[in-house]
Design a protein around this ligand. Structure first.
Ligand SMILES: Nc1ncnc2c1ncn2[C@@H]1O[C@H](COP(=O)(O)OP(=O)(O)O)[C@@H](O)[C@H]1O
Ligand SMILES: [Mg+2]
Length: 156
């Protein structure tokens, strides 16, 4: 049986296991094909779980200009393209006010794609209509990825 989210009733898809970095990247490339202008993706999972690797795949799938890395000292990297990609990394976020200063609402409301690493740090600010993607470390090379599409959307 699939887990149901209490508020939206949307199901989390069966967990996917990737066996190497390139598989996680490929997953990002594939998911990019299902994205629509304005989509927000909330990524969850500990350090080293593969979030940035997945975003690299997304960027490839969206044909945006890279290179994608974890924005260590900035909260946001913007990659221009047909659908621009806004890559947030909230690891060092100190308060919600920092995101407000950044003008996050304009990005969330834009036609581009917003992807947030450490999205739980902005839990209260996330739009209800979003992709929730959870990464887990299974072993040295194996990662588990659970994808919950926004209400009314499906994948693949
Ligand atoms: N199956 C896998 N998928 C993604 N990364 C993997 C995998 N197996 C090993 N790794 C390694 O795990 C690390 C993931 O790093 P990164 O994507 O930056 O994680 P995060 O952004 O979640 O902190 C990289 O060093 C990568 O080489
Ligand atoms: Mg990262």
């Amino acid at each position: 049986m699939q887990a149901k989210n209490m508020t939206t009733g949307q199901a989390t898809l069966p967990a996917i296991h990737t066996k190497k970095e390139q598989d996680t990247e490929a997953l990002g490339r594939e998911l990019a094909q299902a994205l629509k202008p304005g989509d927000v993706l909330a990524l969850h999972g500990e350090l080293g779980a593969g979030k940035t690797c997945f975003v690299r795949g997304l960027a490839q799938g969206l044909n945006v200009q890279g290179p994608v890395s974890s924005p260590t000292f900035t909260l946001l990297n913007e990659y221009p393209g047909p659908l621009p990609l806004y890559h947030f990394d909230l690891y060092r976020l100190k308060s919600a006010a920092e995101l407000e200063d950044l003008g996050y609402e304009e990005y969330f409301g834009s036609q581009g794609i917003c992807v947030l690493e450490w999205a739980e740090k902005a839990a209260l600010l996330l739009p209800e209509e979003r992709w929730d993607i959870r990464f887990g470390i299974v072993s040295d090379r194996v990662r588990q990825v659970e994808i919950k599409p926004p209400a009314g959307r499906s994948w693949p």
